[in-house]
Design a protein around this ligand. Structure first.
Ligand code: ATP
Length: 431
């Protein structure tokens, strides 16, 4: 099992993720994504959007800063809390449900009374810092979808069932952020709210749960590292009729599995809160006593948690021709760099020129990296470590017959391919 330390260290060394505010001593629970991290995250998000490309799913990008009234109505002001205890001696604070002992895990001091701590980040919108200006950074993207439900219905007149999907930042003042990007204070969520007739809710819950599991499998996560966990009745949030977590074997808990994504039947709770008196009648959502309130099925996954799962799952160490190597076996559609281009030697003008041509052609379609430093073996290792699926080398033979060497990350096999066919080859492999 790959340890978290291995991933954290690779992530920093290779430019995937850096600790937030690092040169000033850091800010707990924040992370800065470096160049490769940005690319991997973008690819994860693109794959998610691709899976949402359906005629009855509408994309949305709602504001991060939102009115206090949104969170009053949604119940977050009163209920979005975690239990907190403070050590009487060292004053450190912990999540009560994360502590196994009755003593402080840091200094052994006595712990005070447990109390509820609200995790929303509060701020003031505008120049006057009084109660009327209080606003919040959203702790989930879902409420932005619910408050826009009527806007989308009025603009598009969709029939049930339909969905509204959003990717965006969410902020939670976690008491104990930990485990790298698994639990941070600023993170990104990918959420779909799928609205349906209450009588169809169980069916859609089953279908969406299966669809989301398949998404991870299609992107290469090993089956044995994923599982469903259905919530028992007493674990359900007050608004939920059924919840299933898709868990990944992060190796952070006793049996190794922790929540990667939650799929919940949120019933009519949110629409009722934001639009009391409104009902679905005919194909409209209007103030009426007749009709029903649509129910909603919500798959909700953190981009950062998915990022971590893909990194852990892809990490491998093996041996090639007696040489140890680290290889990230990321799905080619997720890999930050799709192709690396190497001129065999950097001091031969014709080879460099030809390699630049290949670089330019491939760059039109793929994320390409140029590397002309060190011997080819070293260049392969560098790309293996960041998950680049293919390397293209331009050598003397290229100048004679217009072919290049294409080397595969996983098999380390090399084949000669005509320059004119190389883009088509990758295009086909990426489908
Ligand atoms: P947990 O029990 O781990 O705190 P949660 O049940 O509160 O998570 P949800 O509110 O269901 O999480 O959020 C949906 C998804 O958002 C989670 O499955 C996870 O992928 C992601 N997520 C939630 N909190 C964080 C966080 N602090 N850092 C990174 N990702 C998070």
């Amino acid at each position: 099992m790959t340890s978290l330390e291995t991933i954290v260290s690779l992530a920093k060394r290779k430019g995937f993720v850096f600790p937030g505010s690092d040169i000033y001593g850091g800010l707990a629970g924040t992370w800065d994504y470096g160049p490769l991290g940005v690319l991997l995250k973008e690819n994860i998000k693109r794959e998610w959007w691709k899976s949402m490309r359906k005629p009855h799913i509408f994309p949305l990008d709602s504001a991060i800063i939102s009115s206090a009234k949104v969170w009053q109505s949604s119940g977050h002001t009163d209920h979005f809390t975690d239990p907190l205890v403070e050590c009487k001696k060292c004053k450190r604070r912990f999540r009560t449900d994360h502590i196994e002992d009755t003593k402080c895990p840091e200094c052994g001091g006595a712990l005070g009374e447990s109390r509820q701590f609200n995790m929303m980040f509060k701020t003031h919108a505008g120049a006057i810092e009084d109660e009327s200006a209080v606003a919040y950074l959203r702790p989930e993207t879902a409420q932005g979808i619910f408050i826009n439900f009527k806007n989308v219905v009025d603009a598009f007149h969709p029939k049930l069932a339909f969905g509204i999907a959003q990717i965006g930042k969410a902020f939670r003042n976690e008491i104990t952020p930990r485990n790298f990007v698994f639990r941070s204070r600023e993170f990104e969520q990918m959420e779909l709210e799928y609205f349906c007739d209450p009588k169809d809710a169980d069916q859609y819950f089953g279908e969406i749960r299966a669809m989301r599991m398949q998404w991870f499998l299609n992107l290469g996560i090993k089956k044995e590292n994923l599982r469903f966990r259905d919530y028992a009745g007493d674990e359900l949030a007050h608004y939920s009729k059924a919840t299933t977590d898709i868990e990944y074997r992060f190796g952070l808990s006793q049996d190794g599995f922790s929540e990667l994504e939650g799929v919940a039947n949120r019933t009519d709770f949110d629409l009722k809160n934001h639009f009391p008196e409104y009902h679905w009648t005919g194909d409209d959502f209007i103030k009426s006593d007749a009709g029903f309130v649509p129910n909603v099925i919500e798959p909700s996954v953190g981009v950062d948690r998915a990022f971590l799962a893909f990194m852990i799952d892809a990490y491998d160490e093996d041996e090639l021709a007696g040489d140890k190597r680290v290889v990230l076996r990321l799905h080619p559609r997720l890999a930050p760099i799709t192709v690396a281009v190497f001129p065999l030697v950097s001091n031969k003008e014709h080879i460099t020129e030809k390699a630049k041509e290949v670089f330019d052609v491939l760059s039109r379609e793929f994320m390409v990296r140029w590397d002309d430093i060190g011997n080819i073996g070293k260049r392969y290792r560098r790309q293996d470590e960041i998950g680049t699926p293919w390397c293209v080398t331009i050598d003397y033979q290229t100048l004679e017959d217009g072919t290049v060497t294409v080397r595969d990350r996983d098999t380390a096999k090399q084949e000669r391919v005509a320059i004119s066919e190389v883009a088509a080859l990758f295009r086909e492999k990426l489908i």
